[in-house]
Design a protein. Structure first.
Length: 409
């Protein structure tokens, strides 16, 4: 494919009209594993090349390594460690992991399981007497948001206002000055400022008052790497808050949609709840919540699959395309929870492997098993459902389901 052709394919992928099923377009893109775009950026769409780059120390996650930083990113903002390179990335990730998982808090996720089960049970109890429910608004959104608020120590009653900020921020991720109104960028940048100010205010009250929440622990802990600055704590909390709002919501919703489209698998899960572990791994391959890493930067001149990429070039990694690459996964367009050797890219790979992956996995496992066990003969109302605007964090904005044997409208 020529540069013009691959640019046209990418634009179709990014267009909202393709959100319900971008996979045939990914297949087109994979015909050119490394595709230079009209703006000088490079799109990587095949599994091997994506996986290699995610482990390549010459690929930077820092916007300062780009010749032309994306318009939606403020240069002055303190970045989260996901947008930093070693050694800064490694130091901050170590400091956060002291309170988020092994080896210092190995039972964080398992210790939360009674609370996770209780939240899920309460939400499903509220379905009683309802013929129609929205899996997003009634379940997949309030569940992980309640969890991340509890984990961080964010007052649950404040959630509605930072929900608006997160929406505006996510909508600005793929801002394109050639096609999008500047209002989209402005709202995203204002949302970043408002969210940082809000979290900074919460953090002020945590200093000198240790508690069980993550903000308190980060504010009062002096580990081997010292203590995070307030700006670094806010950036870390910001990252977790966005992940709790978007990635896990999409993973649960995509999971329920996939099960409703595969009633045989749904029945298997109902009879064998242990199936949920490999099923969620296959879901992360088949319908991942993160489809695209919109930018990385070449530290130096580099060659990928025979294509020369100049230093400072923007590189876009199409994770969802790699997950459907037939050169890596046999029959990749088939949802198969028995799939072996399922080294998917659903949570990325390398040093930036998803920080909250273990929690997101367990939340999704609990959510899907309880929905399957307790919903009464659920059926989709609309297929495909309406999708969110973002091509980066892809998932339905609503997923209406009827239960009790009612037929779809």
């Amino acid at each position: 494919m020529t540069t013009t052709e691959t640019t046209a394919t990418l634009r179709r992928i990014l267009d909202h009209s393709s959100r319900a099923d971008p996979y045939p377009l990914y297949a087109e893109l994979r015909e050119t594993p490394v595709a230079r775009q009209d703006d000088g950026s490079y799109v990587i769409s095949t599994y091997r090349e994506i996986a290699d780059l995610l482990h390549n120390p010459h690929l930077s996650s820092d916007t300062r390594s780009l010749c032309r930083p994306p318009a939606g990113i403020e240069a002055q903002a303190t970045p989260a460690f996901i947008n930093l390179d070693p050694p800064e990335h490694d130091r901050l990730r170590r400091m956060a992991m002291r309170h988020f998982g092994p080896p210092h808090t190995p039972r964080l996720v398992t210790g939360m399981e009674p609370a996770l089960e209780a939240i899920v049970g309460g939400l499903i109890d509220d379905f009683a007497g309802k013929e129609r429910i929205d899996i997003v608004d009634d379940f997949a959104y309030p569940f992980p948001v309640a969890v991340i608020c509890r984990l961080l120590g964010v007052p649950r009653e404040d959630e509605p206002k930072f929900h608006v900020w997160v929406d505006d921020l996510i909508n600005s991720i793929d801002y394109d000055p050639r096609t999008d109104p500047k209002e989209k960028l402005d709202k995203g940048q204002q949302a970043r400022r408002d969210l940082r100010e809000y979290l900074g205010g919460l953090l002020e009250h945590r200093h000198g008052h240790p508690g069980d929440d993550l903000l308190s622990r980060l504010a009062n802990d002096d580990g081997p790497d010292g203590r995070m600055t307030d700006e670094e704590i806010v950036a870390t909390a910001n990252l977790l808050l966005i992940a709790g709002h978007e990635t896990t919501v999409n993973l649960i919703t995509n999971g329920m949609l996939t099960l409703l489209r595969h009633p045989g698998v749904l029945e298997r899960l109902r009879g064998d709840l242990g199936l949920v572990v490999p099923l969620v791994e296959e879901l992360l391959r088949y319908e991942p919540p993160v489809h695209i890493i919109p930018w990385r930067a070449a530290y130096n001149d580099m060659t990928v699959a025979g294509t020369s990429i100049p230093k400072g070039s923007q590189i876009m990694l199409m994770l969802a395309s790699g997950n459907r690459d037939p050169d890596r996964f046999p029959d990749p367009d088939r949802f198969d929870p028995d799939r072996r050797d399922n080294q998917h890219l659903g949570f990325g790979s390398g040093i930036h492997l998803c920080f909250g992956g273990p929690l997101a996995r367990r939340e999704t496992q609990i959510a899907l098993t309880q929905l399957v066990r307790r919903l009464d003969r659920p059926t989709l109302v609309t297929d495909p459902p309406p999708y969110r605007r973002s091509p980066v964090l892809r998932g339905p904005v609503h997923l209406h389901v009827e239960q009790g044997g009612a037929q779809p409208a």
